[in-house]
Design a protein around this ligand. Structure first.
Ligand SMILES: Nc1ncnc2c1ncn2[C@@H]1O[C@H](COP(=O)(O)OP(=O)(O)O)[C@@H](O)[C@H]1O
Length: 367
């Protein structure tokens, strides 16, 4: 008789502990296969952050090197009712495959709350219930015994999807993280945990404006939005760490003033921590404070959005209108404003850009 493990969850997103648990179940229970079953609508959670399609895709990516792990989309495909309950899934699967022995596996948090599951007793009669140790959860033995749970011997892990969404990206498979960063999933909660609230508000506002300007100019608004969300990600980085990264990776810019280092550091974090590999996005982040001679149209969208952010407290609406109409003209205007502003000041920070700004302005429209 075939032995199949069923592992349901939001997988929003799937993380390393999910895969570890599934593999551990295969080994300890001698299963032929574990099917990961993403929920359409978890009865215990009101909303999930990523779409069903994205969650499925992330699971596919995470299990691609594990032939005994498969994905079963039965709950997502079943569009009949508002919420889907495990009992319905199990009954359906048993009906479709009466010759299979099913093992329903879950973490200790879920096992402890099993009394509240719809038709809990019936589920325990239909399948073998398996519970995994989970960091932070002691087994409630009354429930474990009542429903005849088998406890597996695994090292408790503290990973959770909500921790991932809040910035613990180290819990992710690197290809899943690439998918997340490319599509901009969860980036808002992931990045907001790295900065103070005021900067976070500015970041969101810049990302929104950069996206709007890109869209109005028929450019890739996804690239502009992601560059906007990431542009200040390293601005509050510890100074020693900043120094080390600059020395190792951007030594040619070490002599530049400290307040502009964050454009290279944010590029570095985006590329090496968030695994963003889109050269246009990375270059836009790198250009967002100083601009550069080779700045791209997306780079211009971010540059002007950062300068014209309505949260900066002055009326930038006319300049924004121009950018929406023609980003190249809007960018040029921003440079002129900066030039005029810098002429009135003598700080080193301003002076370092003057040569470049004059060059750009002389260059003409610079498309
Ligand atoms: N670190 C972990 N250790 C043990 N079980 C876990 C762990 N993380 C998730 N699980 C289990 O995986 C299943 C799916 O969980 P899900 O709701 O998608 O993720 P999370 O609980 O991480 O938000 C649940 O049964 C949950 O108990």
């Amino acid at each position: 008789m075939k032995r199949i493990g069923l592992f349901g969850g939001s997988f929003d997103p799937i993380h390393k502990a999910h895969v570890e648990i599934a593999m551990c179940a295969i080994e300890q229970l001698h299963l032929d296969e574990v099917q990961l079953i993403p929920t359409r609508h978890n009865p215990w959670k009101n909303q999930s952050c990523a779409s069903a399609q994205d969650r499925i895709e992330m699971i596919r990516i995470a299990i691609q090197d594990y032939p005994s792990l498969t994905i079963n989309t039965i709950e997502i495909e079943d569009g009949g009712e508002d919420k889907n309950y495990t009992i319905h899934t199990i009954e359906k699967l048993i009906h479709q495959h009466p010759d299979v022995q099913y093992y329903y596996i879950m973490g200790m948090d879920q096992a402890n709350a099993f009394d509240q599951w719809k038709k809990a007793k019936r589920i325990s009669q239909l399948v073998h219930l398996i519970a995994f140790q989970r960091g932070g959860y002691q087994p409630h033995l009354d429930i474990i015994n009542k429903y005849h749970f088998q406890l597996l011997e695994n090292q408790p892990v503290y990973a959770s999807s909500s921790d991932v969404r809040n910035g613990h990206i180290e819990m992710l498979d690197s290809n899943v993280l690439r998918y997340i960063s490319y599509h901009g999933l969860y980036l808002e909660t992931m990045v907001s945990s790295r900065m103070k609230e005021k900067r976070w508000k500015h970041t969101c506002s810049v990302a929104k404006l950069a996206k709007k300007i890109a869209k109005a100019n028929h450019l890739d608004s996804r690239q502009a939005y992601i560059a906007g969300i990431m542009h200040d990600v390293a601005k509050e980085m510890d100074k020693d760490m900043a120094q080390k990264i600059m020395e190792k990776h951007f030594s040619e810019y070490l002599a530049k003033p400290y307040p502009i280092w964050h454009q290279w550091l944010s590029r570095y974090v985006s590329e090496h921590e968030f695994l963003i590999d889109d050269a246009v996005v990375l270059k836009a982040i790198e250009d967002h404070t100083t601009a550069s001679i080779g700045i791209s149209p997306i780079g211009k969208c971010l540059y002007v959005a950062d300068k014209l952010d309505p949260l900066r407290g002055y009326d930038s609406s006319k300049q924004i209108e121009i950018c929406l109409h023609d980003i190249h003209q809007g960018f040029r205007n921003s440079l002129i404003d900066f030039y005029e502003f810098s002429k009135r000041r003598t700080e080193r920070l301003m002076n370092v850009f003057m040569k470049f700004t004059i060059f750009m302005l002389r260059k003409g429209k610079n498309k």
